[in-house]
Design a protein around this ligand. Sequence first.
Ligand code: ADP
Length: 521
Amino acid sequence: MAEDEPSGALSKPLVFRVDETTPGVVQSVLLERGRNQFDEQEQNVEDWNLYWRTSSFRMSEHSSVKPWQQLNHHPGTTKLTRKDSLAKHLKHMGRMYGTSLYQFTPPTFVMPADYTRFVAEYFQERQTAGAKHSYWICKPAESSRGRGILIFRDFKDFIFDDAYIVQKYISNPLLIGGYKSDLRIYVCVTGFKPLTIYVYQEGLVRFATEKFDLGNLQDDYAHLTNSSINKSGVSYGKIKEGVGHGCKWTLSRFFSYLRSWDVDDLLLWQKIQRVVILTILAIAPSVPFAANCFELFGFDILIDENLKPWLLEVNYSPALTLDCSTDVLVKRKLIHDIIDLIYLHGLRNEGREGSKATHGNSNIHATKRDRGGLDAHDCLPYESLSFTGRTYNEDDSVVEAAVSLCPEAAPASQLEGEVSGQEDFHLSTRETPQSKPKLRRRHTPHKTRMPYGSLVQSHSGKTKTSPPVLSDHGSAPDTRAGNFVLVFPFNEATLGASRNGLNVKRIIRELQKLMNKRHSQ
Ligand code: ADP
């Protein structure tokens, strides 16, 4: 960034830039919000402030980004989204910080490097008297949509190519009406330095469209939950036991379903958030610094019959196609909320730099609506985090402070009168489950349900009125934007540990403390 460049993101025209890969829903939401599309022929080459495309940006594009511009990808994030690289990074973290911490991903072997290890493991299991013989899944490292996948139990059926991974197949998934599903959790990292992670409280549950059957491993419609596969299945349009029509639910419907079975959905949600944080920590220290960019990830998480969440993979540019009404409900609001989130983030950064910057000669001024309906005064969480310098307990959180200080903070899309997916959170599933999942009944008193809070929000019942003291290096991130909830940093200690280089050991210690406390509650 040139030093004499004016900051003034807010006084720049709000223009978005696309290419032929930009999802239609992104363009339509931006147009709906009154933003203009960048026109290369008509406009100055720098006159845009959001560039959204499916593929990554070159480093030269990152380094020439202007203060008023945002890119929807961060460099270095494919380390997480290539299956082989993810496996290597998680394995490394297991070695560094304890394998038990990283047992949320099925044992994985990267081919061809780990071939001998895999063969040894396979035959050792076969020779162990009484050992159950595992099922395995073989997946191309860089493909998507269930393409090129093979499930096998017998070594003679194992065929692979270079750049494949072999993973233990989770053969006891939680079934609804006999159907397998997995969760698509949306995660937005608004910065790696300092690390700032938001998890979306709504999401998708993607169902297989044929009943789960370990006797027929060749049936993709029973074993793979990709909607790109299942939407062409013969049973897609049928009303399926427990699941209903199609192959998708909202995440909120899924959690309602679990609640109807007295499942501790809050605990499950916390475990999922922990998986997200631990996974991103695996690459965060090695990601290069880049300003003004963010990354939306799609985490695929499978829940087994013991309610353990398993990370299957992390998706780069998660699909934003609108195939059904559930997609429309979830993805349109998701885009609205991302725009609000990055606006708040930019606003905060600008607040930091604003004092030294002078405004340029921009000839267009952003209106409140252009800015996603927010202006600095609407933005209560932002203001609430201007600190007074009073001390704050170790256990207390930035989030609690913000929430307690400004309970009425409204997300921008609500201010705009958006149809809010939030309502969906309170809907209970209308249909009585026909076929009950294999769940353990809990007989503990029913808790106040807050499955969609951040780790911190739901952590303590204590009310705090004094905000945390922060390090000298900037303010705490906004706590939420629409359905995005801040999950990292989750307290003052992790806020400190994420600045001036990432202290992963300290962060992991804090995470363990938090989880231990939950378990003992
Ligand atoms: P892709 O990138 O091709 O979608 P995934 O890793 O997401 O690859 O796998 C596709 C689908 O296969 C998943 O959505 C899930 O239904 C199933 N699957 C993948 N890995 C496993 C596993 N280890 N155990 C059980 N099912 C799996």
